[in-house]
Write a new protein. Structure first.
Length: 140
């Protein structure tokens, strides 16, 4: 086991300080882009996390899934649950990542529902389960 500490560095642009400081101006004079309403659904964030975590392990930045769990302060079982979302067919992963924002209330698709779809190994069957899930969401 590698006992050396890992250092992560983040760089942020300096913020103006003091009274009368203003937000930076657009150089081309165009208005700032509108802020989207709502929040990204949790299942979309978890699929993105699963893809990123797998990338970290494959590139060797993180040694293994047990280290992921330790660094994330979660159980190895939870890491497995998240990483199993990578078993979704690629087109379904894309569909989940681009789900519309949740404007209010609960997310229409929950992690438990998506885990049932990902547990099916046949991608065609996954697609049928996904379509049924979307139909249920639309009628519910």
């Amino acid at each position: 086991m590698n006992a050396e500490p890992r250092i992560v560095a983040c760089a942020f642009p300096p913020r103006p300080r003091g009274r009368g400081s203003r937000a930076p101006r657009q150089s081309d004079g165009a208005p700032p882009p509108p802020v989207p309403l709502g929040r990204v659904p949790r299942v979309a964030r978890l699929v993105a996390l699963a893809l990123r975590l797998e990338q970290l392990v494959q590139s060797g930045v993180i040694a293994n899934y047990a280290e992921l769990a330790r660094l994330g302060h979660v159980s190895r079982a939870r890491v497995t649950q998240i990483l199993n979302l990578r078993l979704l067919a690629p087109d379904l992963q894309e569909a989940v990542l681009f789900l519309p924002p949740t404007v209010r209330g609960h997310d229409p698709i929950h992690v438990r529902q998506l885990q049932r779809v990902a547990a099916e190994l046949d991608w065609e069957q996954q697609r049928r389960l996904w379509q049924a899930l979307l139909a249920k969401r639309g009628s519910g």
